[in-house]
Write a protein that binds this ligand. Structure first.
Ligand code: BES
Ligand code: MN
Ligand code: ZN
Length: 489
């Protein structure tokens, strides 16, 4: 998708998008056009149900071409997230219209206009994401005709600059969506690691550990999960050094279970195909690193992805096995389907031990219980640090990715005690998202830490304003914002 910024002008080709406030009030550009077209636009509004609600569109054809009236609601209330959604609406309205390009004039007024314009463009870009390389029979009509948006406003140079930053992050979101969308016969641990290596072209240092190296480090928890797979387990470590040399890094850790059959505690067949996105946490971390590097973020970051495949096999681990994690703590395997926490246990330990980060944040499609709690609309998170938790909540609110803090506590933690080992990997039935978080907390020393359970939000079963159905990339923008607002410069 090509995106450009320019001074307001009537385009001589493509669709012309002009804005209308709630109640049908035409913005200046729309009003001037309406006058020149002898009331064609206001007449169309009067004869339709179009009322100028945010994202609502009405198409009118004049002799010169297609005019799209775009509702913006109350222009004084329009914020960056609303603007992004408008960009999404423009894409949806015109993607398959036959138009090749569109121009939108933003004449809403106000000092924040360049930022709103940048977000319109970002929303347009994010909504236009497609993953169709495995469709060999795509006809011309199946493909979008639209390939360019020009956002028009007086402060176009400023908007372009602001958009460069958002576009870098959006590229990161697309990278996440690509990884999460790939089928598991294509994206297994080694291939995931290869794709991460590609980030070195952006200046990210990438290091890949294989099973031998991980065995040397004592990562018995992670290795136990991958032991039933033909594919070698990998750990990908990324470093982005955009800060001062002496700055302590911040750290991100991702669950990268490239496919989760459940292992010997095998999952039922129905819905098992969803478990290709069980690497969603690692996908978000990879996309975040892409975005941070692409926008040259002034911060030191380390990231660690635990990449495995959880398979049933003659060599797979068994329920009742006891494994020793890198921390030295032993774990009784009650259920081989509670594998994500085993992967994270060693990844978290490795990162905090080696890099002594300012904080550590992990992401994982960890529990079905999280989906029972908050559904597919909100991401639950856990933290041992109120300040970090508040910063994260503010970041999620700022980019309109809903997140909600969940509790930790001794009573839940106790439920993970084992009769034979230091802990077990699966507790009782209730509070499964919380006991999983308590398990992870046992691998966190005094460092501020957050665990985000993205099981419900990594994959969207429906279209959303700036997210087409499928791999969402949710939390890339939240975490980028967390970094941007608190840890740069
Ligand atoms: N990957 C799953 C969790 C999951 C389920 C993510 C649905 C996304 C959608 C995880 O590894 C798992 O199987 N968790 C078990 C844990 C249980 C055995 C303690 C679960 O949630 O049932
Ligand atoms: Mn599982
Ligand atoms: Zn899993």
């Amino acid at each position: 998708m090509r995106i450009a910024f320019a001074k307001p002008a009537r385009p001589n080709k493509g669709a012309f998008v002009v804005t209308v406030a709630e109640g049908g009030k035409l913005a200046p550009t729309a009003a001037a056009l309406d006058k020149d077209l002898a009331g064609l636009l206001s007449g169309a509004i009067a004869r339709s149900k179009f009322s100028g609600k945010p994202g609502q569109t009405l198409t009118v054809f004049s002799a010169e071409g297609r005019v799209v009236l775009l509702g913006v609601g109350d222009p004084d209330k329009l914020d960056a997230n609303g603007a992004a959604a408008l960009g999404g609406s423009i894409y949806v309205d015109l993607a398959h219209s036959g138009e090749k390009e569109a121009a939108v004039v933003l004449d809403l007024g106000g000092d924040t206009l360049p930022d709103l314009a940048a977000h319109v463009a970002m929303g347009f870009g994010l909504r236009s994401y497609r993953f169709d390389q495995y469709k060999t029979k795509l006809k011309k009509d199946d493909k979008p005709s639209l390939s360019k948006l020009t956002v028009m406003l007086d402060a176009h140079a400023k908007a372009k600059k602001l958009h460069e930053i958002e576009a870098a992050v959006a590229e990161g979101v697309a990278f996440t969506r690509d990884l999460v969308s790939e089928p598991p016969n294509v994206l297994f641990p080694e291939e995931f690691a290869n794709r991460v290596k590609g980030l070195s072209k952006l200046g990210v240092e990438v290091e890949i550990l294989g099973e031998k190296e991980m065995a040397k480090l004592g990562m018995g928890a992670l290795l136990g999960v991958g032991q039933g797979s033909r594919r070698e387990s990998k750990m990908a470590i990324m470093r982005w050094n955009g800060g001062k040399k002496s700055d302590q890094p911040i750290a991100f850790v991702g669950k990268g279970v490239c496919f989760d059959t459940g292992g010997i505690s095998i999952k039922p067949a129905g819905g098992m195909e969803d478990m290709k996105f069980d690497m969603g946490g690692a996908g978000v971390v990879a996309g975040l690193m892409h975005g941070l590097a692409a926008r040259r973020a002034k911060v030191n970051v380390v990231a660690c992805l635990g990449l495995v495949e959880n398979m049933p096999d003659g060599n797979a681990q068994r329920p009742s096995d006891v494994v020793t994690s890198m921390s030295g703590q032993t774990i009784e395997i009650i259920n081989t389907d509670a594998e994500g926490r085993l992967v994270l246990a060693d990844a978290l330990w490795y990162i905090q031990d080696k890099y002594k980060p300012k904080f550590m944040l992990d992401l994982a499609t960890l529990t079905g219980a999280m989906m029972v709690s908050l559904g597919e609309e909100t991401c639950g998170y856990f933290s041992n640090d109120d300040e970090l938790s508040d910063k994260l909540k503010a970041a999620g609110d700022a980019v309109a990715e809903p997140i909600w803090r969940m509790p930790l506590g001794d009573a839940y933690n106790k439920m993970m005690d084992s009769d034979i080992a230091d802990m077990k990997n699966a507790g009782a039935r209730w509070g499964g998202a919380i006991t999983a978080a308590c398990f992870l907390e046992r691998f966190v020393n005094k460092v501020p830490w957050v665990h985000m359970d993205i099981a419900g939000v990594a994959w969207s079963r429906k279209d959303r304003p700036i997210t087409p159905k499928g791999a969402s990339g949710f939390m890339v923008r939240t975490l980028d914002r967390l970094v941007r607002d608190n840890y740069e410069g």
